[in-house]
Design a protein. Structure first.
Length: 365
């Protein structure tokens, strides 16, 4: 009988060892692989403008059955760096989610010195919640300072650490415009909707918003990493950790938003998050640009984030259907358009080495 007891012990030990692994396998639903869903692009997937730099964008399907694009633009006359001072948010429409898109009108721009969003409208994210459209954006002002025309021109065209550009940069905040129609009119508010605190300092920008399964709302917002020291007064290089992405929660799309103590991404220099809740997998996903490639993170509760199993999504070489490639000098502002629970298109902003920029809509299989 001894051999039977030993045999039963082995069976029991085997079950006890394997059962947790089996349960874990059932719980771990992180199997989304966006990199292998990426399809080749064509000119129909590109939105250019000879007079403007086209930049980050987001898409929503309207009740007219068409796809509505809200995208950032900067005048080429004022230069690419004018995104901080003179950016605008424009509206385009297409019959297909991946384009071609046709420009319609400008919907947001700076409202002037009397408002918190005095200068620029940038980083648009369009959402639809409970019968209304919410257009999130970044804007800025001069705080309690005034600048001469010459000083403001420096803020427009110079890089950090120019003192006048720094003034404009440090007042970046996130706002939202609301409309009952995707075609407007858009109502803006007297104040920005979220201030820096906790894991981010100085600024709030690059908003990404999604509805939580419990009916509330989650935002990932970028700011500066607290207590960063700038060596010799110079702006940190791309390999120095200066950016942090915080989590904010709210019961309403317009706030108040409460920033959580723990950062979504605090140990990797990255920005421009795009987030959504995957109902099938019962988890959040987020895509950001990490200065050279697009990476994907995931969370089951919206608070604790980690690199996804299939982390790397896209690098700077994008294949075209004609056999050539788009070689981006800068590849930023990702957005994932999800329809009926399926990721359909990834939008990105491309800056080429020749200085041209455009919005790109990458079909997903």
């Amino acid at each position: 009988m001894t051999w039977k007891k030993e045999f039963m012990k082995k069976i029991i030990y085997g079950v006890l060892f394997c059962l947790p692994l089996y349960i874990l396998a059932q719980i771990n639903t992180d199997d989304l692989d966006l990199a292998h869903k990426i399809l080749e692009v064509s000119e129909e997937n590109i939105l250019r403008n000879p007079e403007y730099y086209n930049w980050g964008s987001s898409i929503i399907k309207g009740d007219d059955g068409k796809y509505h694009l809200f995208y950032a633009q900067m005048s080429k006359k004022k230069g690419f760096k004018s995104w901080l001072t003179d950016g605008i948010v424009s509206h385009a429409i297409a019959d297909s989610v991946a384009g071609p898109y046709v420009h319609q009108e400008v919907v947001l721009e700076g409202r002037g010195p009397a408002y918190w969003d005095a200068y620029t409208a940038h980083n648009p994210r369009i959402k639809f919640f409970d019968g209304k459209y919410y257009l999130y954006y970044m804007s800025t002002n001069l705080g309690n300072r005034t600048l001469s025309e010459e000083e403001f021109e420096q803020a427009r065209t110079q890089g950090i650490p120019n003192e006048f550009r720094s003034i404009v940069r440090m007042n970046q905040r996130i706002g939202v415009a609301v409309s009952e129609s995707v075609n407007g009119p858009w109502k803006r508010f007297k104040q920005p909707i979220v201030e820096p605190s906790g894991p981010i300092a100085q600024i709030t920008c690059n908003p990404a918003v999604a509805q939580r399964p419990d009916g509330g709302y989650i935002m990932i917002v970028r700011g500066d990493k607290p207590n960063v020291k700038y060596a010799n007064g110079k702006w940190p290089g791309p390999n120095q950790l200066i950016r942090s992405q915080a989590i904010a929660l709210s019961d309403s799309p317009v706030g108040p938003w409460e920033i959580q103590p723990k950062a979504a991404v605090g140990n990797l220099n990255s920005e421009d998050p795009a987030i959504w809740y995957d109902v099938k997998r019962k988890r959040y996903y987020g895509v950001y640009h990490a200065f050279g490639y697009m990476g994907m993170i995931t969370s089951t509760d919206g608070i604790n984030w980690e690199k996804a199993k299939h982390y790397k999504v896209l690098d700077k070489a994008i294949k075209k259907a004609d056999g050539t490639e788009i070689l981006a000098n800068r590849l930023e502002r990702p957005f994932i358009y999800v329809e009926e629970g399926v990721a359909k298109v990834m939008t990105v902003a491309v800056l080429e080495k020749n200085g041209n920029s455009f919005s790109l809509f990458i079909p997903l299989d």
